[in-house]
Design a protein around this ligand. Structure first.
Ligand code: FES
Ligand SMILES: [Fe+2]
Length: 361
């Protein structure tokens, strides 16, 4: 077992409503934009998401400039979104283009719009540090929603817990042996003792764990014809807006466990975690997996068991946060060896928060 530096206790007080801005975050899945507007709060800002009749996805401040009815109470039309009170029609840029019964539309009849990009079946929203700050980069590309070797499914949660508690949970998969015994768990000791390598490249943190000689857990058995043992890997990448978790296993005596071209059963998890408020967040997940020729429809079972697994995490994390609130100042944390990756991710969030606050000043 590799023992990491045992750090000082980490503060676990109720977090302040401070977030990294000038960043892309996941706003949802493409499939969520139908013929109805969708209200969602990101980083404390009320936003309405919609798709025009012409197919363009858009995001506006959720407030009509006339009398402040949420625009999400309105209706989607060909050119934009019509307020549900007196019928003002807004285009995707937030400009009012029609006031029923009034010929002239003042140029100041507009609401704030957000940069929204739809790609890889996801919606990405740019949350600016200040009015008018524009994206300095394109949103992240996620190829596994359109990859011929993978099938995928997805889900989402609205969490009663701060977003970073989910980062902590995903950056440290040693909890599998205690929380997820019915699905992707396995031997708790093996998980806790697995060799762990933590690296960092700029704002990306990577945690790699390998568990050769593992007993295949239930989800793996349900999706791939493993024998008694398998060679498991877990590769977790932290990006500010999301985590990419590449887990899987190959059969013993086939490929090297650390070879990116290895065969076997692969699960590619995307975890888009977007703060709603200081104490709540949105969690959008997808899971893509490879198929064995004898089990081509394994994705249905993989998704069912993945959803069950993430339900288990939710119970733990929301209970954890409830307890943190109840213990208040006394709920300081002690770090152990499994926390290295999560603590690095926390430092990235801290740094990017300070950076965006400095750019605002
Ligand atoms: S409140 Fe929207 S048109 Fe009046
Ligand atoms: Fe978990």
């Amino acid at each position: 077992m590799q023992i990491a530096n045992i750090a000082q206790p980490t503060s676990s007080k109720v977090p302040p409503a401070r977030f990294p801005r000038d960043q892309w975050y996941v706003a949802g899945f493409s499939s969520e934009l139908t013929d109805q507007p969708l209200a969602r709060t990101f980083l404390g800002e009320k936003v309405v998401l919609f798709r025009t009749g012409e197919g363009q996805a858009a995001a506006l401040e959720d407030r009509c400039c006339h009398r402040s009815l949420p625009l999400s109470c309105g209706t989607v039309e060909g050119e934009g979104l019509r307020c549900g009170y007196h019928g003002m029609l807004y285009n995707p840029a937030g400009q009012c283009i029609e006031i029923p019964g009034q010929e002239r539309v003042p140029s100041k009849a507009k609401v704030r719009s957000y940069h929204l990009v739809e790609q890889n079946k996801m919606l990405w929203i740019w949350m600016p540090a200040r009015e008018g700050s524009t994206p300095g980069s394109a949103p992240p590309v996620y190829p596994f929603h359109e990859h011929p070797n993978y099938k995928w499914g997805s889900g989402m949660y609205h969490y009663q817990a701060p977003w970073q508690l989910i980062h902590d949970n995903l950056m440290d998969l040693s909890h599998l042996g205690y929380v997820h015994l019915k699905t992707i768990g396995g031997n708790a000791k093996l998980h806790m003792n697995a060799k762990m390598n933590v690296t960092q490249d700029g704002d990306h943190v990577k945690v790699v764990r390998q568990m050769p000689g593992s007993t295949p857990p239930p989800t793996y058995k349900a999706a791939w014809p493993f024998g008694d043992k398998c060679e498991r890997w877990q590769e977790i990448e932290f990006h500010l807006s999301h985590l990419r978790i590449w887990t899987g296993a190959c059969e013993p005596g086939t490929d090297a466990i650390d070879d990116p071209q290895r065969g076997g059963f692969h699960m590619r998890g995307l975890h888009g975690i977007t703060p709603e408020t200081a104490e709540t967040c949105h969690y959008f997940w997808s899971m893509a997996s490879t198929r064995h020729p004898d089990m081509p429809e394994n994705i249905d079972e993989v998704i069912r068991q993945t959803a069950f697994t993430f339900d288990e995490d939710r119970v733990v994390i929301e209970k954890q946060y409830q307890n943190m609130r109840e213990f208040g100042e006394r709920a300081d944390w002690l770090d152990i060896h499994v926390d290295v990756g999560a603590n690095r991710a926390r430092r990235v969030v801290q740094r990017l928060t300070e950076l965006s606050e400095a750019s605002k000043a």
